[in-house]
Design a protein around this ligand. Structure first.
Ligand code: NAP
Ligand code: MG
Length: 501
């Protein structure tokens, strides 16, 4: 078997990874891998070298129609009739199979997305944890008994599945973003049609095999690969899809709401972009703070929705933090994810060019480059590699301070006190996350109350857990994934009145 991509000297891919890469990929409909109705396919690339890994199918309207049909039948058939306990067992098994295949899945994730192998492993382990967490919920979906004013009426509620759910995911955390949605949708009894991002379909397709191996009945989990148009569009406009769960950009989020409005008013939940503030007060543990601020912006080469890209440092600590940030950033390694550098490549030439455009805007508008700002050539010239970049500025209206960059670019600014800070922190259309470093308890909790963001991290950035709800305020979206809150997104309440007289 021959790998479809060049790997760095000294690296050998696993046999199971090579076996997976050896075949072009089809659609998963009704428990079978099938060719797309119109026969189209497209390549997925390795962003470390621009080479094609394999071709995968482009699903169109006819394929989505077929998937909706089988998903509807499974909803009212085998899956709908299964007990929560049995659904939970299958979810648990999928989690176990993900763990058992973590090394292969991590290699696929790294080849497809560029991210460092250790990051892939960590994310895939978290994906497995999501399945285990929601396995527990499958047998605990319950309504309530409502005391109404007339004692002769018994009123109770049932929580029913939404029905057929479309899941549309981005490329930055390929398997993990699927795993923030799929287990919750299945635990609550829905059936699913997944469209992974066109740049990174591999681990979702591998998950399809594991789900079948775990005993998921046919039609419960279907995978229709392809681009936003036509594949994503066919899902969001479909009259037979009851809900769409989406993670991606704010721009596409708007289109999804419009598609829902113009079709069957399907339910929509959106996890969108961000421009998160990360604040360091002068009384903080500066060493810890700067380390977290560095990883909080450069993890996944900055292609992260919660990236702490607006760093606010209280003036007495400002010079020291800028110096430390510069030194730490200069030491970061960039390379092919298979060699475990600190940063892998950007996902695509297009994304690299977008980020280079932002860097140019930063320079043109007068921000000071502290370090980085160049594309990396030499051995890495065929991939989409960029130096981690830090800007200093004193102007919150700069393009690089207002817009989501989605690349390895930090902006650092100084603030004086609370009254200066809070209006600036909230001066953004986004509200996904925010972080603060301080040793003052009051300041920390006042910040948590005053900041408009769905998640606040105090003295530690970018923490996630399947039990902790996550989601956006303002234009970062709506709906909370994970934890108990997500059950609301995948169920609807039916109220039953019983006359007792
Ligand atoms: P994107 O362009 O919005 O794409 C996300 C998904 O939507 C992809 O699968 C894409 O298909 C699909 N899509 C595109 N146009 C569509 C349409 N008209 N109808 C239906 N589906 C469509 O986002 P991205 O570039 O992949 O990811 C980056 C963005 O995601 C960033 O803005 C980031 O902040 C956000 N994000 C948010 C979170 C969060 O939890 N809040 C997490 C991760 C990422 P293709 O296959 O054609 O791309
Ligand atoms: Mg790829």
């Amino acid at each position: 078997m021959v790998a479809n991509t060049t790997v760095p000297a000294g690296v050998t891919l696993r046999e199971d990874t090579l076996a997976f890469l050896n075949n072009d990929k089809q659609l998963l409909i009704n428990g079978e891998w099938v060719a797309p109705a119109e026969g189209g396919s497209m390549p997925t690339l390795n962003p470390a070298n621009g080479e094609t890994l394999l071709n995968f199918a482009i699903g169109t309207q006819a394929d989505v129609d077929k998937a909706v049909d089988v998903a509807r039948r499974a909803l009212h058939g085998a899956w709908g009739q299964m007990t929560g306990d049995d659904r939970g067992r299958i979810l648990w098994k999928i989690g176990e199979l993900i763990e058992a295949n973590i090394d292969m899945l991590a290699e696929l994730e790294t080849l497809d997305s560029g991210k460092p192998l250790e990051s892939s492993k960590g994310e895939i382990s978290n994906a497995a944890a999501q399945f285990r967490y929601f396995a527990g919920w499958a047998s605990k979906i319950e309504g309530s008994t409502i005391p109404v004013s007339n004692p002769d009426e018994l009123v109770y509620t049932i929580r029913e599945p939404m029905g057929v759910v479309g899941i549309i995911t981005p490329w930055n955390f390929p398997l993990l973003m699927v795993s923030w949605k799929l287990p919750a949708a299945l635990a609550t009894g829905n059936t699913v049609i997944l469209k992974p991002a066109e740049q990174t379909p591999l681990t979702a397709l591998a998950l399809g095999n594991l789900a079948l191996e775990a005993g998921l009945p046919p039609g419960v989990f279907n995978i229709i690969t392809g681009p936003g148009d036509p594949t994503g569009n066919a899902i969001t406009h479909h009259m037979g899809i009851d809900k769409v769960a989406f993670t991606g950009s704010t721009g596409v989020g708007r289109k999804i709401m419009a598609a829902a409005a113009n079709s069957n008013l399907k339910r929509v939940s959106l996890e969108l972009g961000g421009k998160s503030p990360h604040v360091i007060f002068a009384d903080a543990d500066l060493e810890q703070a700067v380390g977290d601020a560095q990883w909080g912006v450069f993890y996944n080469t900055g292609q992260e929705c919660t990236s702490g890209t607006r760093l606010f440092v209280q003036r007495p600590a400002y010079d020291e933090i800028v110096e430390r940030f510069k030194a730490l950033t200069g030491e970061m390694t960039v390379g092919n994810g298979l060699t475990n550098p600190d940063l892998g490549p950007m996902i695509s030439e297009r994304q690299l060019n977008t980020v280079m455009g932002y860097i140019k805007a930063g320079v043109d508008e007068g921000a000071e480059v502290i370090t980085g700002a160049e594309r990396i050539g030499g051995d890495l010239a065929n991939g989409y590699f960029l130096q981690p970049t830090v800007f200093a500025h004193q102007n919150d209206s700069l393009t690089i301070v207002r817009e989501e960059i989605f690349g390895p670019v930090q902006t650092i600014t100084a603030f004086d006190d609370w009254d200066d800070l809070i209006p600036r922190v909230n001066n953004t259309v986004y509200g996904l996350a925010a972080g603060i470093w301080t040793s003052n308890l009051k300041t920390a909790h006042r910040f948590a109350a005053a900041t408009q963001a769905g998640t606040i991290w105090i003295n530690g950035y970018a923490k996630f857990d399947p039990a902790a709800p996550f989601g956006g305020m303002k234009q970062s979206g709506f709906g909370r994934e994970m934890g108990k809150d997500v059950l609301e997104l995948y169920t609807q309440t039916k109220t039953v009145w019983v006359g007792l007289r």
